[in-house]
Design a protein around this ligand. Structure first.
Ligand SMILES: O=C(O)C1=C[C@@H](OP(=O)(O)O)[C@@H](O)[C@H](O)C1
Ligand SMILES: C=C(OP(=O)(O)O)C(=O)O
Length: 429
């Protein structure tokens, strides 16, 4: 196994130009592929999750031309993919797997969708149930409720209310929202029960609107797409920097001096994870926001302030707070994060095990984590990363506690941020 030894870092400061947002990159690629007209996508993220979406769209017959840097020209297929039979491998990319499942269910073709073994343990039953309710023909190829899936042609009758559960992943609602305009009919989606990770739905609605499709909404309960709408290229979309990736650098600034500035997200961002900055403020950090940048410096106290926060709205950046808790002046509680259990790994279990290795006392609840920081961090811990990019990135912050730390299998960061550790190293003073 490859390992990365991080030496203690006394102080951080500097500016980071963020890689593109995963959530915006994959949504934009799919919408551009489904639209009529060509879309220039600027600053696309270069990572495994996006590569899976690009490869899949290529196999589906969508022409995507690389331009300079990370700009691409997507030639929209005008509502229907040209290829009617394909076998797609989507790695562990939820933002590719879930939306493509919904779009392909409407394509009158034969498709097979699979991923890495962990993807086959991540639930998709609530999305399949919703699509079947509207007539889709989707079969489970292994375990009911989980990928891999086989999709066959079917008579789709969306002219009614489609119920979908939103308490396991918001990506199911996102998938339905993006796909259903392809029917051309008026269709309503009713969220049954609680909806988690709500800000991701705002990203979906914002990007759909830029491609010309309006959704009428009744709060978080009901979403209606009027018939007769179709995706039309806006010509160009610039991908914002990734707000979840920003969280590691911003936390570093709060813990170890700063100022650290991230460029590419700010007040004007459509990503919910920019609200990580508010959480850091609650922990006592000095936070300044511009339209397209955020800067964080350590506050007036030696340690961060202990916190007790509901983090359902920022599930990805919340992982950064779990490690930041090591630097707090008392026990910290992260609440309402049960969805962590069905992501790249069971993140509640993994986080508890690895935080204990550096000396924290951790109480792992069904949907919460209570982290009591140690008086001194244990040096030289060997951190397992569970093929979870965020585990690897979060635990780099341990080096700011004056101790060395080893990150096992550091290349798992390729899912969203292949050169994360190089960028992190540049902040060390
Ligand atoms: O829609 C999206 O882009 C995402 C939604 C979130 O998932 P859940 O809705 O499953 O929490 C988030 O964790 C994921 O990284 C990206
Ligand atoms: C949960 C994540 O990914 P996915 O899009 O595969 O759900 C993540 O990036 O933290």
């Amino acid at each position: 196994m490859e390992t990365l030894d991080l030496s203690p870092i006394a102080r951080v400061a500097g500016t980071v130009k963020l890689p593109g947002s995963k959530s915006i990159s994959n949504r934009t690629l799919l919408l551009a592929a489904l639209a009529s007209g060509a879309t220039r996508v600027r600053d696309l993220l270069d990572s495994d999750d996006v590569q899976h979406m690009l490869s899949a769209l290529g196999l589906l017959g969508v022409k995507i031309e690389p331009l300079a840097g990370r700009d691409f020209l997507v030639h929209g297929a005008g509502g229907a993919f040209p290829v009617k039979s394909a076998d797609l491998f989507l790695g562990n990319a939820g933002t590719a797997f879930r939306p493509l499942t919904a779009a392909l269910a409407l394509m009158q073709g034969q498709y097979r969708l699979s991923g890495v073994p962990r993807m086959h343990e991540r639930p998709i039953g609530d999305l399949v149930d919703a699509l079947r309710e509207a007539g889709a023909d989707i079969a489970y190829l292994a375990n009911p409720g989980f990928p891999p899936l086989a999709i066959a042609p079917a008579e789709f009758s969306a002219g009614k209310v489609i119920p979908v559960k939103g308490n396991v992943s918001s990506q199911f609602l996102t998938a339905l929202l993006m796909a259903l305009p392809l029917t051309g009919e008026t269709v309503a989606i009713e969220v049954v029960g609680e909806l988690i990770s709500k800000p991701y739905i705002e990203i979906t609605l914002n990007l759909m609107a830029r491609f010309g499709v309006k959704v009428e909404r009744d709060g978080w309960q009901r979403f209606t797409i009027a018939g007769g709408q179709a995706y039309v290229s806006p010509g160009e979309i610039a991908v914002e920097g990734d707000a979840s990736s920003a969280s590691y650098f911003l936390a570093a600034g709060a813990i170890a001096g700063g100022p650290v500035r991230v460029e590419g997200v700010g007040r004007a961002s459509i990503q919910g994870d920019v609200r990580f900055a508010e959480a850091l403020e609650a922990l006592g950090a000095k936070v300044t926001l511009g339209d397209t940048w955020i800067e964080v410096a350590k506050g007036d106290t030696e340690k961060l302030k202990a916190f007790d926060l509901d983090l359902n709205h920022i599930p990805d950046a919340a992982m950064t707070l779990a490690v930041a808790a090591l630097f707090a002046d008392g026990p910290c509680v992260l609440r309402n994060i049960e969805s962590w259990r069905v992501k790249e790994t069971d993140r509640l279990a993994a986080m508890a095990i690895e935080l204990r290795k550096v000396g924290a006392e951790v109480d792992e609840g069904r949907d919460y984590l209570k982290v009591t920081p140690p008086s001194r961090l244990t040096g030289g811990a060997s951190i397992d990363t569970y093929d979870d990019h965020r585990m690897a990135m979060c635990f780099s912050l341990v080096a700011l506690g004056g101790v060395p730390v080893t990150i096992n299998d550091p290349r798992c960061v390729a899912k969203t941020f292949p050169d994360y550790f190089d960028v992190f190293a540049q902040l060390a003073q």
